[in-house]
Design a protein around this ligand. Sequence first.
Ligand code: SF4
Length: 366
Amino acid sequence: MKTKNEKQGIYVHIPFCRSRCAYCGFVSSVCEYSESDYVESLAREIRERVCGIADSVYFGGGTPSVLPKGLLKRIMRELRDTAELTGDCEITTEANPDSFSDEFASEARECGVNRISLGVQSLNNEVLAAAGRRHTAEQALQAVKRAKVFGFENVSCDLMLGLPRSSEKDVSESVKSLCEAGIKHLSVYALSVEEGTPLYLSEYRVDEDASANIYEKVYAALKEYGFERYEVSNFAKRGYECRHNKKYWSLAPYVGVGAAAHSYDGKKRSFNTSDIARYIAGLRDEITEAITASDSLEEYVMLGLRTKNGIDSERASELCGYEWEKLKSRELTELVGLGMLERTAKGFKLCENAYYVMNDIIVRLV
Ligand code: SF4
C-alpha cells in the first residue's frame, strides 16, 4: 500500500566476493561467473521492471567494489534511463576495504554515488583474520580516508559484535578510531552464526550476554561522539540517517534487482532466484507472496519499535485496514503507564529501558 507521494527505493544485488568470510550466509560467489554477463542480465531486468520515481538506490552484496571498471557506470546508466532519480537521490554502494580502490572510488563518484558503506567489522587484525576477512585494520582506515579524498562526505561503516577473538577493548578501540576518522554513520550488528558456515562448523558460538553488554558500551561511546541511535543497530550524525534502510523499516515500496533480490510493492513481496547461473541465463524464477494486512501490521510494529520514531498510528491503520490506535487503546495506555512506551506526535515509541522486552510488547500490539 503506497502512501501519497511515496517514492520508491531501488536495491541492486552484486553477488561477487574475492573470498568467503567465515561467517557468511549471503548469496555471493567467488570467481565462478563473469561479472559482465551478470550485469547484462541485470540491465535486462532493470529495463523490464524498474520505472517510476526513486529517491534511493542501494548497491549491496556480495561486494559491489569488486565489479570490474565500467560496470557500475553501466548499471547506473540503465537505472537513469528507466527510472526518474530525484535530484537528492541517496545513492549508496557497499564496498570492502581491500577492493575500494582509487579506480572504483573514482567511477562511483563519476556516476553519482554519494554514500559509501564500508564493511569494516573490526579494526583488530587478529579478529579480522579469524573472521576470514581479507583486509587489515590499516586498509579499513585507508578506505575511510580514500572515500573522503574522492569527495564522499557521507561514509558509513559496519561493525560486528561477537566475532571470535574480539573483546570489549578492541570493539571500543574500533569505535574510537572510526569516529575519529570522521565517519557519519555506523551500523553495529550482532554476529549470528548461520548453519553451514565455516564458523558454525568450527562450533564457535556467540556469547549473547557479552555481546549485549558490549553493545551498551558502544551505544554510550557513540553518544559521546555525537551519534544518535535511530534504529537499534544504526547510529548516525544529524542529517546522515540512511534513507534507503528507513524505507525497509516503514514498509515503503522498493524494487530489488539481481540474483536473490527481493521487492515489495506494498501488497506483495517477490524474490528472484538465488542461483546466479540461472539468473545470468535470464531465468529469474520469481516467487511472489501476497502479504496479508495482519502480516503487514506485525512487520511494521516490529520494525517501527526498533526505530527512534517508533510507530506512526496513521500508517499502522493504513496497513491493517482498521483504526489501530483505537482498537489497541487499552494495551497502549497500559504500556505507557508501565513506562515501556512513550507517546509521540504521531504515535508511540519504545522507551530505552524496554528494548529487552520488545518481543512481549509486539505481541500485545498486533
Ligand atoms: S564480504 Fe560480505 S558477502 Fe562477501 S563473503 Fe564476506 S560477509 Fe559474505
